[in-house]
Design a protein around this ligand. Structure first.
Ligand code: ZN
Length: 280
């Protein structure tokens, strides 16, 4: 299944992509992650990208497309992928269509996550990312217990940072650029019969459900967290039930049951074992 998620900054693309990764089992390919990996790896493309980002500019299309072309060559993308934050303009959409046509892997659906402007500004300003594990939190909607960790990478509290492009000064500009450059993609994909629009406001779990419905994907239960953190995670789930958590890996216990797709026998047995392990 090859999917593009379209939506303004703050529409929840990243969050919903990660939830789809866990629940339909295909990788997310996000411009942000590709860029951060390239910057961290100090590759040639990465250094050029960093220069642009530091200056508050968008990264050149050809750089991004180059990174995507390489990524699509990796075997985990064979069953499909979720593109998040790309394409970002018509030129990229055309280039992507050509690339996927060459590879004989055309898109199956493009989903637009629809969120009100004021809500977008509110969400972006509250967003924080853990510098160690990369998890995304929202100060406005995540309970403090979730924000404080423990971080699966360090075991210490998450180190919450505001991404440089999430500060309030750049939010309005990013939304303006989105309107000008990315909104035309809605018509582009509608004309090709690929567009689905969903209301992306409200509870994270509900949005995931709408999204899965829009692409016709059966959801499976999210994976159980690694053992060392299970106890603390279990404690957090109890909190999450009362105060829905908005994180990149949102985890309301309620969702676990409502989103569970009919599982195969072996999967049920596996899940049962995991649940038993968790109770211990
Ligand atoms: Zn962390």
């Amino acid at each position: 299944m090859r999917i593009v998620l379209l939506g303004a900054p703050g529409s929840g693309k990243g969050t919903q992509s990660q939830r789809l990764v866990e629940r339909i089992g295909i990788p997310q390919i996000s411009t942000g992650d590709l860029l951060r990996a390239a910057v961290a790896g100090r590759t040639e493309l990465g250094l050029k990208a960093k220069e642009a980002m530091d200056a508050g500019r968008l990264v050149d299309d050809s750089l991004v497309l180059g990174m995507f072309r390489e990524r699509l060559g990796e075997p985990d993308t064979r069953r499909g992928f979720i593109l998040d934050g790309f394409p970002r303009n018509l030129a990229q959409a055309h280039a992507l269509a050509r690339l996927l046509e060459t590879l004989k892997r055309p898109l199956d659906a493009v989903v637009q996550l629809d969120v009100d402007y004021a809500e977008l500004v509110r969400r972006i300003s509250g967003r924080r990312t853990c510098a160690d594990c990369g998890r995304v939190f929202n100060l406005l909607t995540s309970p403090a217990a979730a924000q404080n960790g423990p971080c699966p990478k360090t075991g210490a509290p998450h180190r919450l940072m505001q991404r440089p492009d999430d500060n309030e000064a750049t939010v309005a500009e990013r939304l303006r650029v989105y309107d000008e450059k990315t909104r035309p993609l809605v018509d582009f994909y509608r004309a090709r019969g690929l567009l689905r629009v969903i209301n992306a406001e409200g509870a994270v779990n509900e949005v995931t459900r709408r999204l899965a419905q829009a692409i016709g994907a059966p959801l499976r239960a999210p994976p159980v967290r690694p053992k060392p953190t299970l106890k603390r995670v279990a404690g957090k789930r109890a909190v999450a039930r009362k105060h829905p958590v908005t994180t990149a890996r949102g985890k309301s216990a309620a969702a676990r049951t409502t989103l569970r797709a009919p599982a195969k026998k072996s999967a049920v047995r596996r899940k049962g074992a995991k649940a038993r392990a968790k109770r211990r």
